[in-house]
Design a protein around this ligand. Structure first.
Ligand code: SF4
Length: 442
């Protein structure tokens, strides 16, 4: 594989061809043009869906523009999260310091929008000039009487994954600061669902049918007060483990709240997520309701999926997503509709994730950690994939090569989680892979 840089060879593996453990969880190779985003972006995407908080980006306007309305996270109430505020640092601020500008901007915005909390993000240049954002936050907290949290996320300090950790630390500052009058005993927090295209609302419906109370959603359709009361839940149910495992760990250490890792993509993993929660509460009635729900959904879904499977069998897919746990669900979901996965990669997978992927995939599947456009383009051509499933940065790769693309990331407009999501996923894969337009591309 001549197109893989020497230093990256160990981050690529072939299922069935070697027993080598994939090298992962490391900084991106300088100059490799990693698909990963910066620390600031990582923190911003996690905190973004907290709908009633103010998000002020302390840096040049580009950082704010880059992440403006970055997720399709829907809100059932406030929409303050969709506005992107920036201190728009200029040369003069870089030379003389931007603290005063930050203080004045945040103060004015808090007065104008009366948020429940404010997040002030440090970007690369703030890390260089050394503005004391923590001090500004302390002063504003005193003056305004709301939590004002510094998100220390200069982009150059690592990768998007480090940004997730910074975001978890910021959220954790809110947890445990308020108690609601009553939190039911059988209550969970949903961590790592970002309510893209309203997916969270589908899940809430399932849990409601099972008799599970959802205490806080972190961060999809998130509310500051719910997060403050998150320490009163009995269990943290963690999806997108890459971004939220750390928060679950912090809550376990401080409040002894156990957590479980789930995925809501594909019908097997979706069902396991519901059963695992019922099993945790050791509640027969809850388990019976979960079984009933799964049975009803399967009865509707299986004939529909069979239709797609008949038509899609033989098609090949490439997957490159942020978290490896999602990639695992996607491999299973694609198999269910007859599509073979020939490439699977992620930005933030762990050794365990990649081992699971290796066991799950067919022989010859390329497994890759922290890839780049050159590698991905070569892999896709080599394996003759028919469809690419990824995020915003993978879309141009697919379209330049001339193959179908399915957005399974921030910007998607169709819910792909849950049982409804599985049908939407099948529909989208079918419409994209079978489109006649691909006959006209080279
Ligand atoms: S790398 Fe630095 S300058 Fe670029 S978006 Fe991230 S924080 Fe802003």
């Amino acid at each position: 594989m001549a197109h893989i840089l020497d230093e990256r060879q160990k981050q690529v593996s072939i299922a069935g061809a070697n027993e080598r453990t994939i090298d992962c969880n490391k900084a991106s190779l300088a100059g490799s043009v990693s698909q990963r985003a910066c620390v600031f972006c990582g923190s911003r995407v996690v905190l973004y869906p907290i709908t009633d908080a103010l998000h002020l980006i302390h840096g040049p306007i580009g950082c704010a523009a880059y992440t403006w309305d970055i997720r399709g996270s829907l809100s059932s109430g406030p929409e303050l999260h969709r506005l992107s505020f920036s201190t728009d640092l200029q040369e003069r601020d870089v030379i003389f310091g931007g603290e005063k500008k930050l203080l004045e901007s945040a103060s004015e915005l808090i007065d104008k929008h009366t948020p429940k909390a404010a997040f002030l993000y440090s970007t690369c240049i703030v890390g260089v000039i050394g503005d004391d954002v923590e001090r500004v936050c302390r002063q504003l907290e005193k003056e305004k009487g709301i939590p004002v949290i510094a998100v220390q996320a200069p982009g150059f300090q690592g990768s998007k994954k480090d940004g997730y950790k910074v975001a978890c630390e910021a959220i954790f500052k809110l947890v445990g600061t308020k108690n609601k009058p009553y939190t039911p005993a059988k209550s969970i927090n949903i961590l790592g669902d970002f309510n893209l295209a309203g997916e969270l609302w589908i899940l809430l419906e399932y849990y409601k049918k099972m008799g599970v109370h959802v205490n806080a959603t972190i961060t999809g359709d998130g509310r500051v007060d719910d997060i403050c009361n998150a320490h009163n839940a009995a269990l943290n149910v963690v999806q997108c483990s890459g971004s939220m495992n750390y928060l679950a760990k912090l809550m376990k250490d401080e409040y002894n709240i156990p957590s479980m890792r789930v995925s809501y993509f594909g019908i097997e993993d979706m069902s396991d997520a519901l059963y695992d929660v019922a099993r945790f509460f050791k509640d027969d009635d809850m388990m019976e309701k979960a079984r009933q729900l799964v049975k009803e959904e399967f009865t509707k879904l299986i004939p529909q999926l069979a239709w797609y499977k008949e038509r899609l069998t033989g098609k090949k897919a490439a997957i490159y997503v942020g978290g490896a746990f999602k990639a695992i669900s996607l491999v299973k979901a694609l198999r269910l509709i007859g599509v073979q996965t020939v490439i699977v990669g992620s930005q933030t997978g762990t050794t365990e994730d990649y081992e699971l992927i290796k066991q799950l995939c067919d022989e010859g599947t390329i497994i890759v950690d922290d890839s780049n456009p050159v590698e991905l383009s070569h892999f896709v051509k080599e394996k003759q994939a028919d469809i690419f499933i990824g995020g915003v940065k993978e879309r141009p790769i697919a379209h330049k090569i001339g193959l179908g693309f399915c957005d399974h990331n921030h910007e998607r407009k169709e819910p792909l989680a849950g049982y409804e999501g599985m049908i939407n996923f099948a529909k989208e894969i079918y419409a994209t892979a079978m489109s006649p337009v691909w006959k006209f591309t080279k």
